[in-house]
Design a binder for this molecule. Sequence first.
Ligand code: SF4
Ligand code: SF4
Length: 218
Amino acid sequence: MILPMRKGGSAGYDLAVLDADATVADYLAALEAALRLLPLTRTRKPAALPAGRGCNGCTACCAERIPLTSVDYRQLARVTSLDLLPQVADVSRAGPSVDIVLKRTPAGRCIFLNPETGLCRVYHARPFVCRTFICCPVSRRADELRGAVTNAGEDELARLWLAGGSVPAGVDPADFRSGAFTGRWGYREIRLRECVPSSLWRRLYQATRGKPPRRGGR
Ligand code: SF4
Ligand code: SF4
């Protein structure tokens, strides 16, 4: 459940999980509903662009790092018929980790951004990070949930990639264990509680038993 929140005069959101079996798809649906219903303040939109709730022509976040989950990859592969590598993703080593991100053009924009219209060419299959980013104030627990799901999904994509035999120096495939995304190819199949550490789950999950959920997550 998405809860309205204000910070420094700007409208943002907090998040509580009311169903122990809630999935990533439930989270995405709740956020999409909040986008329609809540007057969320876009804190990064240039002042020159039209005012209002929505992004209204701003594409600033389509020039940033977009990590991919294993489910994102499957969805993008389905709609674009492109190979993950080297057409869609850049893979790099980050210490003992592997970073797999959406490719950008030489101008630094996402390869799926239409520069003429400012629209996403894969909107219905855009990655989890794109679907969950709104440049408005967000509570700590909501931000941590987004990060935990992203990391779990990117680790699974890296695990699959490493299993294919491409192992860069300094990376140990044994560090990439099976997790919430393993063997699952849709966000409906992935439970939130399997993506997050127990300490975060305790802060997110509120069994309401008919009572209204507590606001103001840390
Ligand atoms: S969410 Fe992204 S596109 Fe929308 S206003 Fe914020 S930075 Fe711009
Ligand atoms: S996939 Fe679409 S929404 Fe995501 S960064 Fe690229 S153009 Fe923007």
